[in-house]
Design a protein around this ligand. Structure first.
Ligand code: SF4
Ligand code: SF4
Length: 226
């Protein structure tokens, strides 16, 4: 896929500053776990602000996105660059809301993890394994039968930041025009980006693992902590 250029407009700076202030609070909170009081509510607020930030950034550009609920080819990617604390928050949410479904999700995430490890072994590179993984068409276990994310409000930042400015059909790797799809991975900029890294490091619990399918099974398999 080609990467479309995208400027961060001045209008997005206020939202960035709000995100930054909340990240400072989260770092200063020095919580023993992301499940501790005050962590989750601030993180959910950051996610809401990030969605507004994405809307302002795209709105100020010459591009328009057709990303919408139920449009889900991107949920067949290997989801990487997830923070360990995001996986812990998701695991707690899944256990609270749908405890009976947790074993099934766990099994499917483990299958995806093994498949990815096999591809990475053969390819000798994580990047090539990511490209091969999407061609398997293996949907994220958190995608429902209608193509909607079961954890939409809490979905990882990296899921929110992945945008396409092309026809949604081009996101399907089987589409002949897939290589020409214009995509963009929107991230936080400047101090907010650095604060997120700091928070991620402070709550790192599963070593260097960054894939959703690497982190979530471990978070689901461990006892809840507050
Ligand atoms: S990135 Fe592609 S598949 Fe994902 S929501 Fe946007 S248009 Fe749909
Ligand atoms: S967590 Fe949700 S948005 Fe992210 S890949 Fe899975 S189903 Fe898609």
């Amino acid at each position: 896929m080609s990467r479309a250029p995208l400027e961060i407009p001045r209008g997005a700076l206020g939202l960035c500053a709000e995100i930054e202030a909340l990240l400072v609070e989260l770092v200063d909170l020095d919580a023993p776990s992301p499940l501790a009081a005050g962590f989750r509510s601030r993180w959910v607020r950051i996610l809401e602000l990030f969605d507004r930030y994405a809307g302002v950034v795209v709105g100020a550009s010459d591009y328009r996105t057709r990303c919408a609920r139920g449009c889900s080819a991107c949920c067949r990617h290997w989801i990487d660059d997830v923070c360990s604390f995001e996986a812990e928050l998701l695991a707690a949410h899944l256990r609270e809301r749908w405890p009976a479904e947790v074993p099934g999700w766990l099994a499917r995430f483990l299958e995806a993890r093994e498949e990815f490890a096999r591809l990475a072994d053969v390819a000798g590179s994580r990047e090539v394994a990511c490209q091969a993984f999407v061609r398997l068409g293996r949907a994220c276990p958190l995608l429902d039968a209608q193509g909607a994310c079961r954890v939409y409000a809490l979905r990882p930042l990296v899921c929110r930041g992945f945008l396409s400015f092309s026809e949604p059909s081009l996101c399907d790797p089987a589409h002949p025009g897939h290589a020409g799809a214009r995509t963009y991975l929107l991230d936080l900029e400047g101090p907010a980006h650095e604060l997120l890294d700091e928070l991620d490091l402070a709550h790192e619990r599963f070593g260097s693992a960054r894939g959703l399918a690497e982190l979530l099974p471990r978070a689901l398999a461990e006892p809840l902590r507050g």
